[in-house]
Design a protein around this ligand. Structure first.
Ligand code: ADP
Length: 497
């Protein structure tokens, strides 16, 4: 009897595995960190064998914790750090180089060159993405240019490219399947999100042979099965999605206009836009959310905030204003407002909608009475203001009104931030009971494909609210506070300084 879904969550710093039961509850969890390699400033690499070894160990561990047998696992769902790029030899399965991680900036000059010739406009039209080293395309090009013998082997069809989903499936099937799901494909900057196929024009411009590419499959469908050597018996592989898309699915944001925000080190805000890929006039990313079986793909708009929880860490580690991240809440609420103080945590520049790489942080509006509590409160408020900045441009781009915002991530434990977010957006903020939404989303995608859950309706019913934060301030107050934020941001932008 199948009792569980196994979710593999292959993240940037660790590999995790979780078993979910039919009620969507976590019954076991195992996690292992793996080494990060920084061969030069701005370069970040992972050893793909470390990732696979850790992933297999945690998956086995998750089964062992509850003495589950492979035959009790209805399906496996995979979610992963997106964009991280690997090339391996088809015959031996050996990587030709370490994986180049999404954070790696080594291909910045190639991206500059693409922009200089105006090719970034074609890239945006076809892939929905901003031309940036973040995505896989230029990393593939770099590997082919810089690894000895790689180009010749690629031209002979001897190499395979994949993001971490493809790599894990290759390993789980002992090389039988070279596939990637459509949401991961849409982050490579090589995929035409309108036609749903690899983009020949970009491949040619970057001199990437099509023989490298995996077959693109739906996010929810039985696409293969594990070899018995992994878990003692074959298990269907039935769900795959990039981490932010999986989190959006785990939050059951399945209708156009529904959005989720993940508040971790930074924030990732995704709004589902249904069957419509919405181009952005504000450099948000247009991306594929998921595809369920043979149904049409669903799209999303994505915007990120660079510094969210990291601002709280800064209060703790640099200013010693709080002992722990959690302690920020009591300090912030010890005063009734920030007394006109705004903190703009532009430590690494500003993202959407400002896109100012040269902006730097500032605390503005200080008066003689401003103290630690006001500054801590202003730092927490900045997380909500920055999220509103992204929501504002999403609303304009998508011409969709946001009804509610579903939230997850470490910062959501802070009730003050969540209440302030509802106040400053003017929409309810919903925090679910299960905040492991990334793994849950992968489990849902897999479980739907094998009938472990009968329908999307069943998933909607499973999503359980922990707490809803309703807006409590007047529209006039909301806009006045937000106007103060916009003024503070204007002061840190590089063209004003
Ligand atoms: P990531 O996946 O990016 O590592 P997490 O979702 O684990 O992030 O969240 C960690 C972040 O949340 C840290 O930046 C931490 O400062 C912040 N954080 C955790 N708890 C709280 C809290 N109660 N109040 C404010 N920030 C918090």
């Amino acid at each position: 009897m199948a009792r569980y879904i196994l979710a593999l969550d292959q993240g940037t710093t660790s590999s995790r595995a979780m078993l979910f039961n039919e009620w969507g509850n976590i019954v076991s969890l195992a996690q292992e960190e793996f080494p990060q390699h920084f061969p030069q400033p701005g370069w970040v690499e992972h050893d793909a064998m470390d990732i696979w070894d850790a992933q297999l160990r945690v998956a086995r561990n998750a089964l062992e914790q509850v003495a589950a047998k492979a035959t009790e696992i209805a399906a496996i769902g995979i979610t992963n750090q997106r964009e991280t790029t690997l090339i391996w030899e088809r015959a031996s399965g050996r990587p030709i180089h370490r994986a180049i991680v999404w954070q790696d900036r080594r291909t910045a000059s190639l991206c500059d060159a693409l922009r200089a010739e105006g090719f970034d406009r074609r890239i945006a039209e076809r892939t929905g993405l901003v031309t940036d080293p973040y995505f896989s395309a230029t990393k593939v090009a770099w590997l082919l240019e810089n690894v000895v013998g790689a180009r010749q082997k690629a031209e002979r069809g001897e190499l395979a490219f994949g993001t971490m989903d493809a790599w894990l499936v290759w390993q789980l099937t002992a090389g039988a399947s070279h596939i990637t799901d459509i949401s991961n494909a849409s982050r490579t900057m090589l995929f035409d999100i309108h036609s749903g196929s690899w983009c020949t024009e970009i491949l040619e411009r970057l001199n990437i042979p099509p023989s490298l590419l995996p077959t693109v499959v739906p996010s929810s469908a039985v696409v293969g099965e594990t070899v018995a050597a992994c878990f003692g018996a074959a298990i269907p592989i039935a769900g795959m999605a990039g981490d932010q898309q999986a989190a959006t699915f785990g939050q059951v944001c399945t209708e156009a206009g529904m959005a989720k925000n993940t508040y971790g080190t930074g924030c990732f805000l995704l709004m589902q836009t249904g069957r419509r890929p919405v181009p952005s006039a504000h450099q948000l990313l247009t991306t594929i959310a998921w595809q369920i079986g043979e149904a049409e793909a669903q799209y999303a708009l994505e915007g990120s905030v660079f510094v969210a929880g990291a601002a709280v860490q800064w209060l703790r580690d640099e200013l010693a204003f709080v002992e722990t991240s959690a302690a920020s809440e009591a300090i912030a609420t010890s005063v009734s407002d920030s007394g006109g103080v705004y903190l703009v945590p532009a430590f690494t520049g500003l993202g959407a909608p400002y896109w100012d790489a040269y902006a730097r942080g500032a605390i503005v509006g200080l008066s003689r009475g401003s103290g630690r509590a006001e500054i801590v409160r202003a730092a927490l408020e900045s997380i909500a203001y920055q999220s509103r900045d992204v929501v504002e441009v999403m609303r304009k781009d998508a011409d969709l009104s946001l009804h509610t915002l579903r939230v997850d991530g470490g910062v959501t434990q802070n009730d003050f931030v969540m209440q302030f977010q509802a106040d400053i957006l003017g929409v309810p903020v919903e925090r679910p009971v299960i905040t492991e939404t990334t793994a849950l989303g992968a489990a849902y995608l897999a479980g739907l494909a094998v009938g472990f859950w009968p329908s999307m309706g069943a998933l909607k019913e499973q999503w359980r609210l922990d707490r809803v934060f309703e807006p409590q301030i007047s529209a006039a107050e909301r806009e006045e506070r937000y106007a103060g934020w916009l003024q503070a941001v204007a002061r840190v932008c590089s063209d004003v300084a």
